[in-house]
Design a protein around this ligand. Structure first.
Ligand code: PEP
Ligand code: MN
Length: 373
């Protein structure tokens, strides 16, 4: 019999346990909630008390060490909060999760019996850090969740999951928290849904938990993002909650009251889990969901393009230049035709689309030039 030759990464990978075998999992979605940061013992205990009383929270989260973009921000209260997390688990029976970014964090977390470790988006971008964490986790039985990297790079995300799995971790999940973007976007972090969808296609046994809080960046978008994650059959939700969201020391705009978790979850339409019996119509639905994602992105990109056109309008006005410059129009269309050809698009199709886009951009420029006088 011909032996199947395994690829290097396949060879070293340990089995990944389905989420239904995790002791913290009751039903879809697995719900993880709690504050962005642990601030004080009272804040942690009070948030956990209310969450536990809702009966809808499966895991309590809090950031103990906070990776801040700039120095001078609140960097977490540190190890002292591990005692508070441990108290949450003992007094309210909630499994607890914290973020780890280096060897010391892992040691400390394990010392205090933390049930779930998650790796933050900034850490996932750095294979040195991931390998350090993986080496520390060898021989340890703990659940690890890996957030997507801040940049939209699926291989980094998969690489991090593989490194952790190769260390022997079998309860491993991915957290989709969106991707940072230089342009002004509707959301704080752009979802780019096709990336977690592709992750699931390539690593079907890795459960995916959606983190609407960090994608939305504000409370009022949490519902629509959570619904989308459920429609895509993702396995869980991580939602930040705080007893006084407006006074939170980090991510105050996106946190909700712990009691509001119930109405958020009740507002979701959860279709029965079809993972075990994926029929043709499910696949069709999923493909349609992907089309919707791409259409949303087309709209967002168009909006950004028009915004830049308006900006150009303002500059042209300052320089006293006419809005329509026909050589630029020819340039735009020719460039599109060349790119379109590489992608296998017919010239008629590309020309038609770009004529319309260019015309709309020009109209907006003219309007902007008039209104800003
Ligand atoms: C967090 O979960 O509070 C956090 C810091 O998230 P991220 O790594 O996704 O930015
Ligand atoms: Mn946060």
């Amino acid at each position: 019999m011909e032996a199947k030759v395994k690829s290097h990464s396949e060879m070293d990978r340990t089995v990944i346990k389905p989420i239904s075998d995790w002791s913290v999992y009751k039903q879809r979605p697995l719900v993880i909630s709690g504050p962005c940061s642990a601030e004080s013992e009272e804040q942690v205990m009070e948030t956990a008390r209310i969450l536990a009383a809702t009966g809808r929270c499966d895991v309590f989260r809090a950031g103990v060490w906070k990776p801040r973009t700039k120095p001078g921000g609140f960097e977490g209260v540190g190890s002292i909060a591990l005692k508070w997390m441990n108290r949450v688990s003992r007094e309210y029976g909630l499994p607890v999760a914290i973020e780890v970014a280096k060897e010391k964090h892992v040691y400390e977390a394990l010392k205090y019996g933390i049930d779930i470790l998650w790796i933050g988006a900034r850490t996932t971008t750095n294979p040195f850090s991931i390998q350090e964490i993986a080496d520390t986790l060898k021989g340890v039985d703990v659940t690890v969740l890996v957030k997507n990297p801040v940049n939209p790079e699926l291989n980094l995300w998969m690489g991090a999951i593989e490194r952790i799995n190769k260390a022997g971790i079998t309860r491993i999940g991915a957290i989709h928290r969106g991707f940072s973007c230089y342009e002004n976007e509707v959301y704080r972090n752009t979802p780019k849904w096709q990336i977690p969808v592709e992750l699931r296609r390539r690593m079907p046994d890795v459960p995916i938990i959606s983190d609407p809080s960090h994608m939305a960046g504000r409370q009022d978008y949490l519902g629509e993002i959570s619904q989308k994650a459920m429609d895509l059959n993702f396995d869980g939700l991580m939602i930040e909650s705080h007893v006084q969201p407006e006074k939170a020391w980090s991510d105050s705009k996106q946190q909700i009251y712990p009691g509001s978790l119930v109405s958020l979850l009740d507002s979701l339409e959860i279709k029965p889990d079809s993972l075990s019996e994926v029929g043709l119509s499910d696949i069709l639905d999923e493909l349609r969901d992907q089309i919707d994602i791409f259409d949303d992105q087309l709209m967002e990109i168009l909006e950004q393009r028009f915004r830049v056109s308006e900006e150009i309008g303002l500059k042209k006005r300052k320089l006293n230049i006419e809005p329509l410059q026909s050589d630029r129009r020819v340039q735009v269309i020719n460039r599109a035709l060349k790119r379109g050809k590489e992608k296998g698009f017919g010239a008629g199709f590309t020309r038609e689309i770009f004529e319309i886009i260019h015309r709309e951009s020009l109209n907006r420029q003219i309007r902007k030039m008039k209104t800003s006088r």
